[in-house]
Write a protein that binds this ligand. Structure first.
Ligand SMILES: [Zn+2]
Length: 241
């Protein structure tokens, strides 16, 4: 039974070291992720604006073609004015000419606002681009920092992870689940020991009778205050050297 308790305590010791390594990375992984998201959003924004600008350019070209066609037929109508035989024909032609004129004006107006829109979008893209560059530079620096830290601790981390696997394999499933559940709830610390008659996790005094029971190392005890797995000093001291 004492082996069962020792193994749990050993797992805690390994996890403590892994937690320390993770702490060294600090906020860097989060910062990198946040920057990556920001950059993606800006890139999306730029391509959205570029797309809109290209569409407005295409529409302008189409409109210009249409204007050319309208003007050509207007010329034709105007030439025909000289060959009219009666008022009715004359009225019909002038109506056509006026109508073409209206259409030309409408398209030209539309093109003026499309040109404005295109300029507005270009300016907006120009404003975003330096922000994007700045964020990219910031990201490069943070990524390099993170890589450096990861690289420095790579060997130690993989050694600890292997140790952890070996130790975790020795632990029964229910014990492991309890350990992981408490570890999650208690910011990493699932196993505590008794120091100066108190739980090393929450510093509450463990009643003497309970301490006696725990010293027998014959079952799993949980601290009645913080819920951590409580092991005897005999267990914890077996790892001190
Ligand atoms: Zn406690």
């Amino acid at each position: 039974m004492i082996e069962r308790l020792k193994t749990l305590y050993e797992l805690q010791l390994i996890d403590d070291q892994l937690d320390e390594l993770e702490e060294l990375r600090g906020d860097l992984p989060n910062a990198v992720e946040a920057l990556e998201n920001k950059i993606k959003n800006l890139k999306d924004e730029i391509s959205e604006k570029e797309k809109e600008r290209k569409e407005s350019l295409k529409k302008r070209e189409d409109n210009e073609e249409e204007v050319e066609k309208l003007k050509a037929s207007q010329q034709k109508f105007k030439a025909q004015l000289y060959q009219v035989r009666n008022n009715k024909e004359y009225d019909a032609l002038t109506k056509e000419i006026d109508h073409t004129e209206e259409q030309v004006n409408k398209l030209e107006e539309e093109n003026t606002s499309l040109e404005d829109l295109g300029q507005k979008l270009s300016v907006e893209v120009e404003e975003i681009t330096p922000q994007l560059e700045e964020l990219n530079n910031e990201l490069k620096v943070k990524q390099a920092d993170l890589k450096e830290i990861v690289k420095t601790n790579e060997k130690e981390e993989s050694k600890l992870k292997k140790q952890r696997e070996t130790v975790a394999a020795k632990i029964k499933k229910p014990d492991y689940s309890a350990y992981m559940r408490i570890r999650k709830a208690k910011k990493g610390k699932a196993v505590s020991t008794i120091r100066r008659s108190a739980c090393s996790g929450c510093h509450n005094i463990v009643p003497s009778q309970r301490q006696l029971e725990i010293r027998r190392n014959n079952r799993l005890f949980f601290c009645e205050y913080c819920g951590r797995i409580l092991v005897s000093q005999e267990v914890s001291e077996s790892f001190e050297d």
